[in-house]
Design a binder for this molecule. Structure first.
Ligand code: NAD
Length: 668
């Protein structure tokens, strides 16, 4: 059935145009920003994938798509004769196992159970694209099916430039997304280049083919909530505590499930009823309300009963915050997970309009829509400020809330500063220290597609943590992380979180990642695991991402607008044995606001693979720990010194610490 993957773009016969399938969610229309000449170029660019005899028929069709959706997706070429999902690796028509594994990962990112807008090739975050159009998908699959272990595929923002000779130790695929000249990296530049079919926003794991559905983020959100409780409320138990936030979308949907796992009461506002229904049917949202007074009554009862609960408020988060500010309901923790990295094109819905009205206005009257978004952000901030004065702790959830609220003129900046905010970013305040210890979202996919293999990997990972925990002289902060992660991996299967490929996430530090990877490789070699395992990570990690409003917001030496770490990471992973590497403009905080990179590595049981896994993972973690240590983070300095003791080949420059008094005296 998957043989057709090796055939490339289907042209003879030209496939029937599949009907616009209303059974899956679709991306909102994009703004019409191209001039007539730019539109002509967009059509010309799209037609270069096809022979000339098809240009007349396809040219009309593509112009229609451009005028209707603001982008040419090439819907006619969306495959309909096989189901889009991750199949067992053995089913792929490929000449090398590494290529087959990448095909599996790509199809998982486009599975309708996994992807946010599968037919627009968007995996998550509203605009996180795998490819710009379906022609690119078919061509990439064809190249992968032909590829040998002496070739590398270069992919420019979804477009496969071609297969180039390389060596068995080279990465099989190099992906770049949205790499543009820095002065041309505004949001409008992105809109224009995406509409013209020359660049795309890959988010993070979307354009890197390693999204594993909401599970990845449930683990991260659970850890965030537990740490927020410890840090802000001084408690290790969130029972009877209220957490208010927004978003039940791709990643934000995890907030409901994580609230219940932590024992808290999560109230999550969501404007899109379809998103509420999805999470409700999945069992992640336990109750749903439209009526705010009834919702408040229910929450008060849950507080009294210390009941673990997740409630969706079907409506606008601005209205919810304003009603909370007027009420006597105490909220302990607050955040926001609307997609503010993409505020004017479907990421944030202003109060006073229905979901449908907003979707129309953002295309038909973008200026008015812009104004309404900014007005809502000012109102939302003002209500949040009131709640904070009453004792709530609020943080930015890596979605650019603080940045966009500040740009809207909301009362959110520290007095007299344009770049400092009243509230912390969760990375800076809650997660930052975890990253500095080297912990991050390590993950794996069992390419056999069997739950049996996944259970073996869970067991192996649990045993590795137990052995690490039993070591003498273990740091108390590290031990706390091992305990949280041990609990997670012990319960992971019971939480029933697998959607799409048989995958697992487990926050791990450098030594944990290396030992787990080696143990998996051995188990593949011995046959205990029946097929290769792909290891990867979310880019939201210690080394992979330079993002001044998120991953590197706690970097204090003035280098938080520098992106050397992410670029070095991408290059360093590529020659140390990654099977594929990627680097992107943007990420969770938006185009132009970050540089992030990732990797995938196929553990195929070979001895040479074990060596690659060790050296690549050591670099993939210690690069970021070194940079964080150099920028005065004590945890990172402690961690890199420990790593140097373990590996004599690791020699890192550590900072000398100048006394603030001495420096101040120089200015007296
Ligand atoms: N979960 C995490 O750990 C994490 C980490 C980093 C960044 N983020 C960021 O969080 C944001 C959300 O990610 P996602 O994948 O869930 O995006 P998404 O677009 O799938 O979901 C956002 C949801 O917010 C809803 N929404 C928008 N405006 C609203 C409003 N005013 N009131 C109520 N609901 C509203 C939308 O309908 C949508 O369902 C992104 O910016 C992402 O980069 C999340």
């Amino acid at each position: 059935m998957l043989k057709s993957l090796s055939l490339g773009i289907p042209l003879d016969p030209l496939p029937e145009h599949p009907v616009f399938d209303k059974s899956v969610p679709h991306a909102p229309g994009r703004p019409q920003i191209l001039t007539v000449d730019e539109k002509k170029l967009a059509i010309k660019n799209a037609l270069r994938y096809f022979p000339e005899n098809l240009h007349e028929i396809l040219g009309k069709e593509f112009l229609n798509e451009l005028n209707t959706y603001g982008h040419i997706y090439m819907y006619r070429f969306r495959p309909v004769h096989y189901e889009m999902k991750a199949y067992a690796i053995s089913e792929y028509p490929a000449k090398c196992q590494q290529a087959a594994a990448i095909m599996l990962m790509i199809m998982n990112n486009l599975d309708k159970e996994v992807a946010q807008f599968p037919h627009e090739l968007v995996t998550y975050g509203g605009n996180g694209s795998v490819f710009q159009n379906w022609a690119q998908y078919h061509l990439v699959m064809k190249y992968l099916s032909e590829m040998t272990e002496e070739q590398t595929l270069s992919i420019y923002s979804g477009h496969p430039m071609g297969l180039y000779p390389s060596t068995v130790n080279s990465p099989r695929v190099i992906v770049t997304n949205g790499m543009v000249i820095p002065n041309y990296s505004s949001r409008m530049d992105y809109e224009r280049m995406y509409a013209q079919g020359v660049s795309q926003y890959g988010q993070m794991t979307a354009g890197s083919y390693c999204y594993i559905g909401p599970q990845g983020i449930v683990h991260g959100t659970t850890i965030t909530l537990l740490n927020a409780g410890r840090k802000y409320l001084n408690i290790g138990d969130l029972r009877g505590r209220v957490f208010v936030t927004s978003g039940l979308g791709g990643m934000s949907g995890a907030q409901a499930k994580a609230s219940v796992i932590c024992g808290a009461i999560g109230i999550i506002a969501e404007i899109n009823e379809a998103a509420v229904e999805k999470r409700y049917n999945q069992g992640w949202v336990l109750e749903k309300f439209r009526d705010i007074p009834a919702l408040f009554t229910r929450v008060k009862k849950a507080i009294a009963d210390k009941e673990a609960l997740s409630i969706a408020y079907i409506g606008n988060v601005v209205d919810l915050w304003e009603e909370l500010a007027k009420s006597d309901l105490h909220v302990d923790l607050g955040s926001d997970q609307t997609s503010l990295h993409n505020p004017f094109n479907g990421g944030y819905y202003p109060s006073g309009l229905t979901y449908e009205q907003s979707n129309q206005m953002m295309v038909q009257d973008p200026n008015k829509f812009h104004e309404l978004v900014q007005d809502s952000l000012r109102r939302q901030t003002s209500a949040i400020n009131t709640m904070v004065q009453r004792g709530m702790r609020f943080w930015d959830y890596g979605n650019s809330f603080l940045l966009e609220a500040s740009r809207a003129g909301a009362d959110i900046n520290v007095e007299g500063s344009r770049t400092e905010f009243k509230y912390p970013s969760y990375v800076q305040d809650i997660m930052g220290d975890i990253f500095s210890l080297g912990f991050g979202p390590f993950r794996w996919v069992c390419t056999s597609g069997t739950a049996k293999d996944l259970a073996v990997t869970d067991r192996i990972a649990k045993e590795v943590i137990e052995s690490l925990k039993s070591e003498k002289e273990i740091d108390i902060d590290v031990e706390q992380q091992y305990d949280d992660n041990h609990l997670w991996i012990t319960q992971a299967n019971a939480h029933n979180l697998v959607v799409g490929s048989q995958a697992r996430i487990l926050y791990s530090d450098c030594i944990g990642r290396m030992q787990i990877a080696c143990a998996f490789n051995n188990a593949v070699k011995s046959g205990e695991i029946s097929a290769p395992v792909v290891i990867s990570r979310d880019h939201h990690d210690v080394s992979g991402t330079d993002a001044p409003w998120r991953e590197t917001s706690n970097v204090k030496d003035g280098s938080h607008f520098c992106a050397d770490m992410a670029v070095h990471n991408f290059v360093g992973d590529s020659f140390r044995g990654a099977t594929w590497v990627s680097i992107h403009n943007g990420g969770g905080t938006g185009w132009g606001e970050a540089i992030n990179g990732g990797f995938g590595m196929v553990l195929d049981g070979k001895d040479s693979t074990e060596e690659k896994a060790k050296t690549m993972l050591s670099w993939d973690v210690n690069n970021g720990v070194s940079r964080r240590s150099w920028s005065y983070n004590n945890n990172a300095e402690k961690t890199i010194k420990r790593a140097m003791k373990l590996d004599p080949n690791l020699k890192v420059t550590v900072p000398n610490h100048a006394s603030t008094d001495l420096i101040n005296k120089l200015f007296q």
